[in-house]
Design a protein around this ligand. Structure first.
Ligand code: ZN
Ligand code: ZN
Length: 546
């Protein structure tokens, strides 16, 4: 089976925060799982490096668009790497392969007759010498009178055209923009209305999409799809490859989402593979993103693929709800966020992955609090998982001189482990990461009880055979945990395999026990609970500094 996994493309205009990781982490869990299962996985993503916010920032800092994009792209790569993300290709939208491939897509849509030209009026700032993107026109909402952005009013949720706003100002310089005529290409989304309705209904019946994606997509389709402009007068981005459109760029509507395909093309080229193996009707595809990105992946991108006649429509949509921070909405502008480069300095990536999976915002918003984070590390990751591994292996190191007793493994536990592979696999494939890891941790708690009840520290003195069976069973559990948890906690699992001298074997139960242990070391460190107050204080202070 071929499995394409597409992680959403973070915008290269600022650092990643935990909200990004909460949305993107299911992608890496899927990729690690399917590879372990032996499927042909292609996991792609990249940095979104085009668009007006980056060029404004470049102007403010008196530097170039490329310099800003480079800075954050490099930082993203480092963060994903430290978090253990295993992208096959993590690229960027200012790469020339992406530009060329998107231009080809544009020309193909033109050739297929789904793009048409239209003259429209748009806000133009004579101070900044540019047409303003919708979000860069601000003013008063004509509907409710509140202050609003050109794309929508946050107060009354009305979708706006920037020209509808009263008292319009340019977000960049604050002056009043003038209205100028310009010509753009529109994509005939309305042509695909019926096809998209069938597409969402089928996904919904088969339960392949998250419920939030089904609901939102149906709402959009009920309201009716308007044709949308797919070119813009923008300072940077991908040039429209048509005479008479010099200086105009292909708009993010079709450009960034096309990255899943262009990155696949580039990876296939670099690795001598045939891209169509991941882009056909039989291939499975997972799209991983936060709920604010749902329509891009369930309406816009499928409509583009339909217009291209390209097989490989999204099969699975894994769209997490939001992560809040200490019960408040995350806000980058108010600096109410936990930044990924910061948290990685002081905490184990497995602790972050564990917390954001067991508390994943899968069906409703979930909260990150420093108290919960540190307690979940100390009591569950360390207290249940690492403790079970440590007490077993230390006992063998001390009482059996590192030799693993080659005794019979408890039958009922063997059965539990076999069942666990099936159950956890099903949950992961359905995008239910929280239930998957809960099932494993329930089993770990049972395993700790087993250790307690068997009392190997007593039987070692008077019932050596029983003691050996207990420990053989515990090592058997541990070597299987190092596989079952590999998609979730890759760093701890790697440490276990080093201590056992084993390697990854596949998504199947491993029965053969290792013979001798290497150096036994703790999997994780305890976190001092004093850190809770320190982190809270840091957070408060940072949010006051802006
Ligand atoms: Zn309003
Ligand atoms: Zn201006």
């Amino acid at each position: 089976m071929n499995v394409l996994i597409g992680g959403a493309w973070p915008y290269a205009n600022g650092s990643l925060h935990l909200g990004h990781v909460a949305a993107l982490l299911p992608g890496d869990i899927l990729a690690r799982y399917y590879r372990l299962k032996g499927e042909r996985v292609l996991y792609v993503s990249g940095s979104d490096c085009n668009g007006t916010p980056i060029s404004i920032r470049a102007n403010q800092e008196n530097t170039t668009v490329t310099a800003i994009a480079d800075r954050y792209h490099t930082e993203f790569l480092q963060c994903f790497n430290e978090l253990g993300f295993t992208y096959d290709l993590y690229t960027r939208t200012d790469a020339s392969h992406h530009h060329k491939a998107v231009q080809n897509i544009f020309l193909k849509l033109l050739e297929n007759g789904f793009l048409f030209k239209k003259r429209i009026e748009q806000a133009y700032c004579t101070v900044d010498n540019q047409f303003l993107p919708d979000r860069f026109v601000e003013g008063t909402c004509p509907n409710c009178g509140a202050k609003a952005r050109g794309d929508q009013c946050d107060n009354c949720s009305t979708i706006l055209d920037p020209l509808d706003l009263k008292d319009k100002t340019c977000k960049i310089c604050g002056n009043e923009p003038e209205i100028r005529e310009t010509e753009h290409y529109y994509y005939e989304f309305s042509h695909f209305q019926q096809q998209l309705e069938n597409f969402v209904n089928e996904a919904s019946i088969e339960g392949r999409w998250r419920e939030n994606a089904v609901q939102l997509t149906k709402r959009y389709l009920t309201e009716g799809l308007p044709d949308r402009a797919v070119t813009r007068d923008l300072p940077n981005g991908i040039s429209v490859p048509v005479d008479g459109f010099e200086g105009k760029k292909i708009y993010v509507w079709i450009e960034a989402v096309a990255g899943y395909y262009t990155a696949s093309l580039e990876w296939a080229k670099q690795n001598g593979k045939d891209v169509s193996e991941w882009w056909n009707e039989e291939a499975v595809s997972y799209y991983i993103h936060g709920k604010d990105n749902i329509p891009f992946h369930t309406v816009i991108w499928p409509a583009i693929l339909m217009g291209l006649g390209q097989e490989g429509l999204p099969t699975h949509i894994v769209s997490n709800e939001y992560l809040t921070l200490e019960k408040r909405k995350l806000s980058t502008s108010q600096n109410w966020a936990v930044w990924v480069p910061e948290i990685l300095k002081d905490y184990d990536p497995d602790s972050i992955r564990y917390f954001l999976t067991i508390n994943a915002p899968e069906n409703r918003d979930a909260d990150f609090s420093w108290r919960e984070f540190i307690y979940s590390h100390n009591s569950e990751l360390l207290g249940a998982f690492a403790n079970f591994v440590n007490r077993t292996l230390k006992f063998i190191a001390k009482s059996f001189n590192h030799k693993v007793p080659q005794a019979k493994v408890n039958n009922s536990i063997k059965l539990d482990v076999e069942n666990l592979y099936a159950k956890v696999g099903e949950h992961i494939e359905s995008g239910e990461m929280k239930q998957a890891i809960e099932a494993i941790f329930n089993f770990i708690r049972t395993s700790n009880r087993y250790f307690d009840e068997e009392q190997p520290w007593t039987t070692v003195n008077n019932q050596i055979e029983k003691c050996e069976e207990t420990l053989a069973t515990c090592v058997y559990i541990i070597q299987n945990l190092a596989q079952l948890l590999h998609p979730f906690l890759p760093f701890g699992c790697e440490k276990i395999r080093q201590m056992l001298g084993t390697s990854l074997n596949g998504w199947v139960e491993v029965a053969d026990l290792p013979t001798e242990l290497n150096n036994v070391e703790p999997l994780y460190e305890r976190i001092d609970v004093k850190k809770i107050e320190e982190e809270l204080q840091k957070l408060e202070e940072a949010s006051k500094r802006i």
